[in-house]
Write a protein that binds this ligand. Sequence first.
Ligand SMILES: NC(=O)c1ccc[n+]([C@@H]2O[C@H](COP(=O)([O-])OP(=O)(O)OC[C@H]3O[C@@H](n4cnc5c(N)ncnc54)[C@H](OP(=O)(O)O)[C@@H]3O)[C@@H](O)[C@H]2O)c1
Length: 282
Amino acid sequence: MSVLNETYTLSNGVTIPKVGFGTWQIPNGDAAYDAVTTALKTGYTHIDTAYAYGNEESVGKAIKDSGIERDKVFVTSKLPGEIKDAEEARRHFVETLANLGTDYLDLYLIHAPWPWNRIGTRHDEGNLEVWKVLEEQYRAGRIRAIGVSNFDVHDLTNILDNAEVKPMVNQIQYYVGFTEPTIVDFSQKNGMLIEAYSPLATGDLLHNSQVQGMAAKYGVSVAQVALRFCLDNGVLPLPKATSEAHIVTNAELNFTIDPEDQEALRHLSDSAPEHFHNSTQG
Ligand SMILES: NC(=O)c1ccc[n+]([C@@H]2O[C@H](COP(=O)([O-])OP(=O)(O)OC[C@H]3O[C@@H](n4cnc5c(N)ncnc54)[C@H](OP(=O)(O)O)[C@@H]3O)[C@@H](O)[C@H]2O)c1
């Protein structure tokens, strides 16, 4: 069975395809439309976008034009990190639905606990205020699962201590050599699935000689090792690609990495030291 047909189950029982298709930095218009169309033709059924990516419209159109029934595609979007008040959160959610041309989302995340120009600052009250909007829309049936992104242990604790519905997902930067074990352990202990964003370190991981050696050993690409690594650790990778060859091979993950090599990958020091690291995560 293709990995594209495999699922994880979230804490509320909703199933989520094990590999998602990332769309950050794919411009709205032909580029996003073509990439998502190719992904859907390849068999991906899980698309990750965000209001902030500016491409929800083309992502939604590609899904609609694919002819695949809406309930056969798992669609994630995100509330911008800059939005920390309820009214604005509701307005953005409505706009996201309209952009995507859908009346519900499968997963909606708070994109970040802080505005992107103030990474690392605390916004406990604002995060709770917008979390309550996610809860409200979840209860109303307009979102099937809710979660967060870029939240560290402090930000998660703030939600867990005060929320009525616990987050089902934490989407964080995660790749071979940068696995944020403190956040991962805490999230998993509290019932959240970890989604790996930038599982290829936005491409920077591809030049790592140790991972290249591992890929050669198994007769696969560096990207395939990096994505298999996520799955072997119970994490859901969100590879982004625009090249059709990349889109196709990123879904060919039916190979096994020996336990000792899995362990070696777990202990690799940062495989892409030049890559931007989210300084609030460790
Ligand atoms: N929540 C957040 O704050 C957040 C932050 C960052 C990312 N994300 C999500 O995570 C997704 C993935 O992260 P990312 O966009 O940083 O990138 P990524 O998936 O880590 O890497 C994408 C880069 O790798 C290349 N690539 C993909 N497959 C390849 C292959 N098989 N061989 C060689 N090169 C390959 C792509 O090239 P081509 O495009 O040329 O094919 C692109 O340059 C995003 O698109 C987004 O959905 C979320």
